[in-house]
Design a protein around this ligand. Structure first.
Ligand code: MN
Length: 204
């Protein structure tokens, strides 16, 4: 069971970034982060909060809203969940950044090696047509899988536990990388906080 995100007095809150606005530079610029978190994610939060009253989903965890809402409400809730997972998995750039422990072992078992995993994952991100997200998730038995999700979809909608994600909506990379989505995805490996990803894997 992944951690549940609860509303406070009936409203979901814009997550606080666990690092300084310029901490992810030059991979994600402070400017991109300011728009992505402070404008895009904030709009999804405001839109969902406006739609909650009378929906029957008031007071439910964000994950429950994603599993039960439809239409625009599902899109906004999905984008909040996706972005919360996305923004909380980063840290300042580090060369030779790689997972360790049980997660590293699971990656090696499923994909052959960390290098092969990165190739498959980034390939899934590069070939996802239009807007969406690429995910590493765990199934109920702890087996890993990579999936492409369109628009605002999240692996919890398929009974999977999301561990790691890359946002391939243009707003995530266009200011820094323009049309070079694969270059952006390749650079993101330097700022993945594998301790966060491993903790999600251990949650069960
Ligand atoms: Mn985004």
């Amino acid at each position: 069971m992944m951690k549940q995100t609860m509303p406070v007095e009936g409203k979901f809150e814009l997550m606080t970034l666990p690092y300084a606005p310029d901490a992810l530079e030059p991979i994600i610029s402070a400017n991109t982060l300011a728009f992505h978190h402070g404008k895009h994610l904030a709009a999804y939060v405001n839109n969902l909060n406006a739609a909650l009253p009378g929906s029957g989903l008031e007071g439910k965890a964000l994950e429950e809203v994603v599993l039960n809402a439809q239409g625009g409400m599902l899109n906004n809730a999905g984008q909040i969940l996706n972005h919360n997972l996305y923004f909380s998995q980063f840290m300042a750039p580090k060369a030779d950044n790689a997972p360790t422990g049980r997660l590293a072992q699971a990656i090696n078992e499923e994909f052959g090696s960390f290098e092969d995993f990165k190739k498959t994952f980034a390939g899934a991100g590069a070939t996802l047509f239009g807007s969406g997200w690429v995910w590493l998730s765990a199934d109920a038995n702890g087996n890993l899988r990579i999936s492409q999700e369109p628009n605002a979809a999240n692996p919890i909608q398929h009974g999977l536990r999301p561990l790691l994600t890359m946002d391939v909506w243009e707003h995530a990379y266009y200011p820094d990388y323009q049309n070079r989505r694969p270059d952006h995805l390749a650079a993101l490996w330097q700022i993945i906080d594998w301790d966060v990803v491993a903790a999600r894997y251990e949650e069960e």
